[in-house]
Ligand binder design. Structure first.
Ligand SMILES: Cc1cc2nc3c(=O)[nH]c(=O)nc-3n(C[C@H](O)[C@H](O)[C@H](O)COP(=O)(O)OP(=O)(O)OC[C@H]3O[C@@H](n4cnc5c(N)ncnc54)[C@H](O)[C@@H]3O)c2cc1C
Length: 578
């Protein structure tokens, strides 16, 4: 085997996956057909959940230092400011990062690329995947190098992080149903002054669409995203000067442009892959789902796909879990992508519809409804949870278990474990719990009860135990998060709750691990904590058989369901090729 995981594509998704696998000791080969990192900004909004993942990777401080915190979003309609969403307040108890970080995709890629090099892995640029064959135990990839020569390598697994035109998707025959939108977007990096609220996102609704203004690093630097006005849509050579009149009309006559350093138009598609896995190959990021940039979710969703798959692949490669664990990747991530496509599609249609009625609705009714809704704290918090991606959960997934006795309002199996500030030692100070979690292990959080003695779980390095002492300040914080005492939460490496319940029994945790990791390694856990664990990095025979190569009946059933919903929801837009 030449490598454990071949990662095709060194965009944000591939770089995140490579980092996560490298820090878990998995051999990876990451390739990209381009000559070097992308210089285009493209994605600009880094959401709170991404920053939480960056913090575990040790790159959050660098990203925050380079970016600009967008602590609020303002909605304008026909020159009047209608509403403000105070992101800072709405998210202040939900995450250490209660804002949207404005940081270009190129900077994100650079930071992740630097980290990857620190971990001893370099991207092989100018290397393109051109063919792929799957065998029961491995996949053989044909790679074309910079001089046009081809070589074949064998990998245990292949991750298609190769963007909207994914070769992995095409070579595995996975369809990508969907369609392009008829509207053409433009994006411009400008130096401009005007009535925008500084350092915040400004959304201008107008009769013919919308304009988004994102604050960027540097004085008066704004990224403007909008749709090309109807009178210019048939023109091939639309330039910045051509869209300025509509910007001035709708975003305010006070706009004064000093410079435009980048202008581009593009057409967007909304598509979802029918499956995210074919035997040894996975699809992640734009290879699996593309949608309108409304809500700044695309790059962030790809990064979370990678975070979801990485810990599972690492356990399988190390022989600590059976390949059946990998079925949960598409089981968990397909519904997220489906929901994202549907919501961004609805929001986008509302924002761009050309009809006279829609224009009136957008500027008169929608703006007022939004203004009222956003004045309600509950709605602000709900909006923050959605946009920041901190509200993503896998409650319906088969890895998510909540034992009887927990109140309905408590965090449940599948939820992202909430951000808490707690005293972890009675004589210590209050600490950020997220900084105490180790995302290369399962973390067992024991609340309001003693933990079973060391060794009673027999899970070795797989498990880390944190006991939350009974302290007045802890009681308040736990009550805020609606976490009862006593209780326990087994948090997966990606921060989502695997198992939770009231009274902790070592047996329940061991059962969860043996049943869900399915690995022979944990079936031999005995009362004294001895395990029969295979050597790391040996591909276990367990996943070389038939069963490992096909989704389980459960995941196959749920998958058919998801894909048919994709097709139904995609049937409305104009049909067309990519
Ligand atoms: C104008 C614009 C604005 C956006 N704004 C936002 C935003 O604010 N927030 C947000 O979250 N998202 C945003 N997005 C979406 C975001 O850019 C994408 O979701 C993101 O780039 C997806 O990352 P990826 O790594 O999955 O794919 P990509 O970034 O497309 O990377 C794929 C990589 O695979 C490589 N590759 C392709 N085929 C092969 C092959 N056969 N062999 C080897 N390598 C190959 C490519 O060279 C490329 O480097 C925006 C997109 C656009 C266009």
């Amino acid at each position: 085997m030449d490598t454990d995981v071949l990662i095709v594509g060194a965009g944000p998704t591939g770089l995140m996956l490579a980092n996560q696998l490298a820090r878990r000791g998995v051999r990876t080969l990451i390739i990209d057909r381009h000559a070097g990192p992308s210089l285009q900004t493209r994605a600009l909004g880094v959401q709170a959940r991404t920053l939480e993942i960056y913090a575990q990777l040790g790159i959050a401080d660098r990203a925050i230092e380079l970016g600009k915190r967008g602590t609020g979003a303002n909605l304008w309609a026909q020159g009047r400011k209608m509403a403000r969403v105070p992101l800072g307040e709405a998210g202040q108890n939900a995450t250490p990062y209660p804002y949207m970080l404005i940081l270009g995709q190129d900077d994100n890629e650079r930071i992740m690329g630097d980290k990857l090099r620190d971990l001893g892995v370099s991207v092989q640029w100018n290397t393109e995947l051109v063919a792929l064959a799957q065998e029961p135990r491995s996949a053989t990839a044909t790679l074309r190098g910079p001089d046009g020569s081809e070589r074949r390598i064998r990998a245990a697994w292949v991750a298609g992080c190769d963007g909207a035109r994914s070769a992995v998707r095409e070579l595995t025959g996975i369809s990508f149903p969907g369609a392009p939108y008829e509207h053409v977007f433009f994006v411009a990096d400008t130096e401009v002054t005007g009535n925008m609220v500084p350092d915040e996102v400004n959304v201008y609704l107008w009769r013919e669409g919308f304009h988004l203004l994102f604050p960027m690093r540097g004085k008066d630097h704004w990224r403007i995203v909008g749709i090309v006005p109807p009178n210019l849509r048939k023109q091939d050579d639309v330039n910045f000067e051509a869209v300025v009149p509509s910007l001035r009309n709708e975003a305010g006559v006070s706009l004064s442009f000093k410079a435009c350093t980048w202008f581009s138009t593009y057409r967007i598609h909304h598509r979802g892959a029918a499956r995210f896995r074919d035997r040894r190959c996975f699809l992640l990021g734009d290879a699996a789902h593309i949608h309108s940039p409304v809500g700044a979710q695309g790059m962030n969703t790809g990064l979370q796909d990678a975070y979801n798959l990485a810990w599972k692949l690492a356990l399988v490669v190390k022989g600590l879990a059976d390949a059946a664990l990998l079925d949960s990747y598409e089981e968990e991530r397909v519904p997220i992508a489906r929901r994202l496509l549907n919501t961004t599609d609805r929001a986008f249609r509302l924002a761009v519809s050309d009809s006279w009625f829609a224009g009136l609705f957008r500027t008169k009714v929608l703006a007022r409804i939004a203004a009222f809704a956003m004045s309600l704290e509950r709605i602000q918090k709900a909006a923050f949870r959605i946009v920041s991606q901190t509200g993503i959960h896998y409650r319906n997934g088969s890895l998510s278990k909540s034992l009887d006795g927990l109140p309905e309002s408590a965090p449940r199996g599948g939820d992202r474990f909430p951000w808490l500030r707690l005293k972890l030692r009675t004589d210590g100070s209050v600490e950020d719990l997220f900084r105490k979690l180790d995302d290369t292990q399962f973390n067992l959080i024991v609340i309001g009860q003693p933990s079973p003695p060391d060794g009673s779980f027999g899970l070795g390095d797989l498990l880390r135990i944190l006991v939350i002492p009974f302290e007045p300040i802890n009681n308040l914080e736990l009550a805020r998060a609606q976490i009862p005492q006593p209780s326990f939460y087994l948090v997966r490496p990606d921060g989502h709750v695997g198992l939770c319940g009231v009274r902790l029994e070592a047996g329940a945790v061991k059962r969860y691990v043996t049943e869900n990791l399915h690995s022979a390694a944990w079936r031999h856990v005995d009362g004294a904590g001895h395990t029969a664990r295979p050597e790391p990095s040996i591909i276990p025979a367990a996943f070389t058989g038939e069963g490992a190569l096909h989704p389980s009946p459960r995941s196959r059933r749920s998958f058919a369901q998801y894909s048919s919903r994709f097709l139904i929801s995609r049937s409305k837009p104009r049909s067309g090729g990519s």
